[in-house]
Design a protein around this ligand. Structure first.
Ligand code: UT7
Length: 325
């Protein structure tokens, strides 16, 4: 059977120049490099310059993905940006990316599912490709979480960073078997009753401000370990595969202990897990495409490798996408 598959043709990423080590926080807060490393695995993160915005990061990641594919902006039919830190309330960051790249056709929109945003964007972009709505989609995760930190809250401000990652998803024909290249299955979930565990305390309609991030870290941690392995297994099951078939896990990079706990629940050793949290911190929707792009640039993936991406974040929203490289 001939089917259309959404294949990752290339990746790209961009990190702002300013690198902030843990020691910086110890100057103003009752915290330490030891605490941050032992509780989260984070050693440093990048922060955008004052005149650098989410769209700038997204455009640079998109250009890198286009260069790596040898494609021009005119070859792209759609741009989807997963972000919770847009430049403006509207228009969408994706339309600014379109303009920044000089694209005059196609469509562009943002997806907001916080840290699960890239997984939601990848699954939705796959649906658009399989439905024949687009042949090539730039799927980007881009964030400037440094703009929504409460710098007096040591329980959150040491955890997040800024950055962007992009993939070009391309329609290619497949056989319908799970040996095909491309996105093989996905599993998406949200449960709005958990809003108070992780949210931003401002917004256009409620406060007219952008607000700052609030998190009950321990509770989010508990949900993460339980839900991430479950969604990965559900997505694998939908593809007719199991954890033993997995070559790589590219998880959301929030906390090394969550990443390790999830790998353990899946029965996978840490050599199969891409970990970038030490260098990037938690970049929310950007974390998975950043990790994918960094690992790809290092030549870690071989054609045919089975990759699981999984993420959880505010909402709560969580999910997994299974990709054959
Ligand atoms: O991307 C979206 C999803 N987000 C996540 O996945 C984050 C999930 N949560 C976590 O990663 C972890 O819960 C944290 C890293 C946020 C916290 O680690 P924890 O082991 O759960 O620590 P805790 O919140 O239970 O706090 C332990 C102690 C507390 O002190 P008391 O109450 O035991 O005296 C905190 O006040 O650590 C204290 N603490 C800190 N100490 C030094 C909290 N933040 C800090 C800090 N430095 N930065």
């Amino acid at each position: 059977m001939n089917v259309t598959r959404a294949v990752i043709r290339s990746t790209g990423h961009y990190l702002p120049a300013r690198v902030v080590p843990n020691a910086e926080f110890a100057k103003t807060l009752d915290t330490s490099d030891d605490w941050i490393v032992s509780r989260s695995g984070i050693e440093r993160r990048h922060f955008a310059a004052d005149d650098e915005f989410t769209s700038d990061l997204a455009i640079k990641a998109a250009r890198a993905a286009l260069d790596n594919a040898g494609l021009d902006p005119a070859d792209i039919d759609a741009v989807i940006v997963a972000t919770s830190t847009p430049d403006f309330t509207f228009p969408a960051v994706a339309t600014q990316v379109q303009a920044g790249l000089g694209m005059r056709k196609g469509f562009a929109f943002d997806i907001q599912a916080v840290c699960a945003g890239f997984v939601f964007a990848l699954a939705n972009a796959t649906g658009l490709i399989m439905a024949g709505q687009a042949k090539r989609i730039l799927v980007i995760g881009a964030e400037t979480f440094s703009r929504i930190m409460d710098w007096t809250d040591r329980g959150t401000c040491v955890l997040f960073g800024d950055g962007a990652g992009a993939v070009i998803l391309e329609a290619q024909s497949g056989t319908g078997a799970n040996t095909d290249r491309g996105v093989l299955a996905s599993d998406l979930n949200s449960d709005g009753q958990y809003r108070d565990l992780l949210y931003v305390d401002g917004g256009v309609s409620r406060t007219g401000t952008s607000g700052v991030l609030r998190m009950q870290g321990r509770e989010v941690f508990r949900h993460a370990v339980e839900k991430l392995a479950a969604t990965a297994n559900t997505a694998l099951d939908k593809a007719g595969l199991q954890a033993a078939d997995v070559d790589w896990v590219v998880p959301h990079q929030a906390n090394l202990r969550i990443i390790q706990g999830t790998a353990q629940k899946l029965g996978l050793s840490m050599d199969k897990v891409v970990v970038t949290v030490q260098d990037h911190g938690n970049t929310s929707a950007a974390s998975i495409p950043l990790a994918l792009s960094v690992a790809n640039a290092e030549g870690r993936f071989k054609p045919g490798d089975l990759i699981v991406t999984e993420a959880i974040g505010g909402g709560l929203s969580w999910g997994a996408v299974i990709v054959r490289w």
